[in-house]
Design a protein around this ligand. Sequence first.
Ligand code: CTP
Length: 400
Amino acid sequence: MNELKKCVVLGVTGGIAAYKACELLRLLQKQGMDVYVVMTKNACRFVTPLTFETLSGHPVAVDTFERPATWEVEHIALAKRADLFLIAPATANILAKMACGIADDMLSTTVLATRAPVMVAPAMNTGMWDNPATQENLATLKRRGVHIVAPVSGLLACGDSGAGKLEDVAVIARHAIDVLRGVPQDLAGLRVMVTAGPTREALDPVRYVSNRSSGKMGYAIARAAARRGAQVTLLTGPVALDVPDGVEAVRFTTTQELLDCAQSRVMEQDILIQAAAPADYRAAEVAPQKIKKQKGEDFVLRMIENPDVAATLGRMKHAEQVFVGFAAETNDVLAHAQDKLLRKNLDMIVANDVTKDGAGFDVDTNIVTLITREDSVSLPLMTKDEVADRILTQALSLRS
Ligand code: CTP
């Protein structure tokens, strides 16, 4: 992609994660951004302005009154210069000030004055994060269009464990670039669960039955959903793909494991997209030891039915949820897909004829038809990334 030449004003507030803002600044610069830093007084206790001045190549703005007189109008100049105003780490304090429109230092004054898109990446103690005051302030900011890169769970500097850890700076940088590129954040605040890849059903300790699913379509959907601001859980079978940034991956091997992982998480999802290819059958018995060749004899394998994951989850679905399935077919594509849509209580099914060139397994393109209960839209040959965006847009429209 072309390098963006944009200006990011990076606000740094007083939390221990302030040191991570140095790395964030570098990542943004590597993407071609010109970065100006504004620090709160407390941030200066964790990292010196000199560090950011040296890294950014610009003076660092700290306080409206204590610095030379030029800074008094600098906040307006900075506010105007910003293509994106990013505060990372953002303390509970700055979120509260922003929610109330308080402008009592350089950072809060500048962010109040800007007309640029604003993004915050909060980091704080779990108790502070969970406090209804913080959550209500965040809800207010979100309603006003502020982009929020939610903190992750982990071991916090204070010794507590839980939500409140600054999201990985690479993920924050990617969100920032996506906003600057105009990628819509229309899935912000939604939970999206995607299943991807094949299952493996063991025959003995060294052999299994599997299928040709590469996981590429499901991974493309998870990546696109995360870029558009969703909180994404990817249930993945064994595939040779990297988990997209900002996506939580949960691994399964068998169809039963996929069902267990999905059942325990499905109720909290807004959108479920089932691109996995779970095996319909498993061996009636898994041999405890390697099966030995019997010379001259046929090998007969008896297989028993696996649960239908999509149909089981379909029975758990509540009215606000949107469930999407896939139908990879080789014949009578639309008829089979429509039958699956109803049988599995899905809102949409993505049908493709895997015999067509450029569709199906282990390729980077697909040719699909999106079938809902009302209509069907046939899409031309597209990259799986493009198909992913179309599926998400359609799924989102079914929510309203
Ligand atoms: N699916 C599932 N559990 C299974 C089989 C399939 O959840 N045991 C899901 C897939 O993830 C997909 C959809 O159901 O979203 C359709 O998968 P497909 O294999 O085409 O459907 P089947 O019901 O297995 O139908 P058939 O094999 O007869 O075509």
